[in-house]
Design a protein around this ligand. Structure first.
Ligand code: XMP
Length: 326
């Protein structure tokens, strides 16, 4: 396959164009891989999911997917990866629940960059451990896309070839969507039959809910982030805001305030709702959420999420706030 996106390449915007791309890729993948084995870290994000779906079609059981649950995923995310790839697509999928391992390492760590480093480093370690258990793997598949390549060429973002794996683990790379823009990856994903909530999902940071649980992560506060996020996503979907708002989530900072619950004094956390629109994530505007929906969200979150007695809305555009809190 082409190493670079040809200047005159037609933007993939339709099912027909996606089908043609898929046919071409399946042939190229079979030619590259032959009867050898391929490994893929499958996060459930758009890019790795589309790569998985392409490889399952191209080489079936020669692909092994490893899904690492770092304990910082959203509610239902790992379950969906297992349902779609193992149950429906019959992929060879290894599920590793490494939640305890990550959360133990993160205990008491409050510096944002240190948290990110621990999560990134531990991820590579868990993935490498799984890879070492497998025999005869020659290829590593990655969901690299065209903007990743452009950004690494410009020195904006380090694009880690081979995912930062240890030096002794050498694989040939398989990158079937590397000449595509994000919107094209989504169209290809849809043509491959992936569920639309997977293909059109909002951006989600690699360190996951870890950056939405500011300061030192505790299991209790993390559970409050996960439950409130699930309520927000459910209500946005019900009220036609899914797919309209670029990114929306909840944050639970490490402070408590006084309230009243069931006629008694409570001293509990506050959930902050953030909902923003942007085109490139460099700047962002706050979404104008209908007031009735706001009130409904407050009621559901304070009633259903343990340890929470208050809900706040973040009105800050970027700048001055970043989209995430850490
Ligand atoms: P900020 O917070 O910098 O976020 O305004 C801009 C976009 O990037 C996402 N983001 C991350 N994505 N790893 C990621 O993969 C990270 O460490 C990370 N931090 C922020 C954020 O969700 C938003 O879409």
């Amino acid at each position: 396959m082409a190493d670079r996106r040809p200047d005159d390449m037609t933007r993939i915007t339709t099912k027909e164009l996606a089908d043609a791309f898929i046919e071409e890729q399946l042939e190229a993948l079979r030619a590259q891989i032959g009867d050898k084995k391929v490994l893929l870290a499958l996060s459930g994000g758009v890019d790795s999911s589309v790569v998985a779906a392409l490889l399952i079609k191209a080489v079936g059981q020669q692909l092994t997917c490893v899904h690492v649950n770092h304990g910082l995923l959203r509610k239902g995310e790992s379950e969906q990866v297992i349902e779609v790839f193992r149950d429906q697509m019959k992929a060879n999928l290894i599920y590793v629940d490494a939640s305890d391992r990550f959360l133990d390492k993160l205990a008491g760590v409050s510096d944002p960059e240190t948290k990110r480093k621990i999560i990134g480093g531990e991820f590579i370690e868990v993935f490498a451990e799984e890879a070492r258990k497998l025999d005869n793997i020659e290829f590593l598949a990655q969901g690299t896309i065209w903007p990743d390549i452009l950004e690494s060429e410009k020195g904006i973002k380090a694009h880690h070839n081979a995912g930062g794996l240890p030096e002794d683990m050498k694989f040939e790379l398989v990158e079937p969507v590397k000449i595509l823009f994000k919107d094209e990856v989504r169209v290809v994903g849809e043509a491959l039959g992936l569920p639309s909530n997977m293909v059109y999902r909002q951006p989600f940071p690699g360190p996951g809910l870890g950056v939405r649980c500011p300061g030192a992560i505790t299991r209790e506060r993390l559970a409050a982030v996960r439950e409130s996020d699930a309520i927000l996503r459910e209500e946005f979907a019900k009220n036609g805001l899914e797919g309209k708002v670029w990114q929306y989530f909840t944050v639970v900072p490490d402070f408590k305030s006084t309230g009243i619950k069931n006629g008694e004094r409570s001293f509990e956390w506050a959930v902050i709702i953030r909902a923003v629109n942007t085109t490139d994530a460099m700047t962002a505007e706050v979404e104008d959420i209908p007031f009735d929906l706001m009130k409904h969200l407050v009621s559901r979150i304070t009633n259903e999420v343990e340890g929470v007695n208050r809900v706040l809305y973040d009105f800050t555009p970027k700048p001055t706030g970043t989209i995430e809190f850490e």
